[in-house]
Design a protein around this ligand. Structure first.
Ligand code: GRG
Length: 298
């Protein structure tokens, strides 16, 4: 059986990135081009890598998780396109390139986001249709799809985006800041890990440990993004730095200061790594990702 490294998951994912984007009628080719523009502009692919790794970790078949890995990256990419729109964060740079609406206009960018979101659900449903005569395999896929629907919905990133918008120009409580980070960022990371796990055969303890890992990683991920927005460069982030303070966002450095934010980033990383410590070297992909992230935010 093949042992995958972080790079192997990424390479496999990149090979299949466009597999579940439906062939559109030539008359709608601008929609296709606009979706492809954002998808293929080189994100870090953290969520699909986590999904493939969690499936593998829980004894599932990595190649069979590809429709779900693509679905989560399509949803993530749609959320970035919409987040960058003038009516939201009004950003002009993403993944090191002009944002979708700068290239294709606001209306097309909105529709590219919509198209990516529905392509995600189409990919998962098309896969489930193949397993009607295998109830166990079908159940695993329904569970995985449910995790992704939940993380991307109005208790997940959409709620996070609303809370993030409404917290602009206000002083937020610590509780509110945690809520924003848990929904805006951690929800899709938790969805990636849990969906991948569901495609394998995890026992309750393993699923719980992976969830603790993902929640802590998700919070650490957002704190790292907040720190880089203050201290990082445009080149490092692929987007304009300093925008949180321009937009008067609720952020960790804003509420706790940089030093405290870095401490919290380290504590969250330790908690994430500890959650999987009993699995030793087998959890290397997960622990390396968490540790590399903490280094980025240092
Ligand atoms: C539902 C419109 C809508 C938005 C949801 C995801 C989101 C909320 C907003 C996007 C902006 C943002 C700062 C989100 C926080 C999560 C985050 C740090 C996203 C960037 O993810 P990376 O670093 O990006 O994985 P790449 O480009 O590498 O894929």
């Amino acid at each position: 059986m093949k042992e995958y490294t972080f790079e192997d998951y990424k390479e496999l994912f990149e090979e299949h990135l466009m597999d579940f984007i439906p062939d559109v009628d030539h008359k709608s080719i601008t929609l296709y081009d606009s979706m492809k523009y954002s998808l293929s502009s080189g994100g870090k692919r953290i969520r699909p890598i986590l999904l493939l790794a969690a499936c593998d970790f829980c004894g599932g078949k990595v190649e069979e998780a590809l429709p779900y890995a693509c679905a989560i990256e399509y949803i993530h990419t749609y959320s970035l396109i919409h987040d960058d729109l003038p009516c939201m964060d009004n950003d002009e740079l993403r993944r090191g390139r002009p944002t979708n609406h700068i290239v294709y206009g606001e209306a097309m960018a909105t529709l590219a986001g919509d198209g990516l979101q529905s392509a995600a659900f189409e990919a998962m449903n098309r896969d489930m249709l193949l397993y009607f005569d295998d109830p166990d395999a079908l159940k695993r896929r329904i569970r995985a799809s449910y995790e992704i629907c939940k993380g991307s919905g109005c208790r997940g990133i959409v709620a996070g985006q609303v809370a993030d918008m409404e917290a602009e120009n206000k002083s937020s409580s610590k509780e509110m800041l945690d809520y924003i980070h848990l929904t805006k960022t951690a929800a899709l990371i938790v969805a990636a890990v849990r969906a991948g796990a569901q495609l394998g055969n995890p026992d309750n303890e393993l699923l719980e440990n992976l969830t603790v890992y993902a929640e802590n990683l998700g919070l650490a991920f957002q704190i790292c993004d907040d720190i880089l927005d203050v201290e990082g460069s445009e080149e490092e982030m692929g987007k304009k730095a300093g925008m949180d303070s321009v937009n008067k966002k609720a952020t960790y450095p804003g509420l706790y200061g940089l030093e405290e934010s870095k401490k919290r980033l380290n504590n969250l990383t330790d908690t994430a790594v500890d959650a999987l410590s009993q699995y030793y070297d087998n959890a290397e992909v997960f622990t390396r990702l968490a540790k590399d992230l903490a280094v980025r935010g240092k």
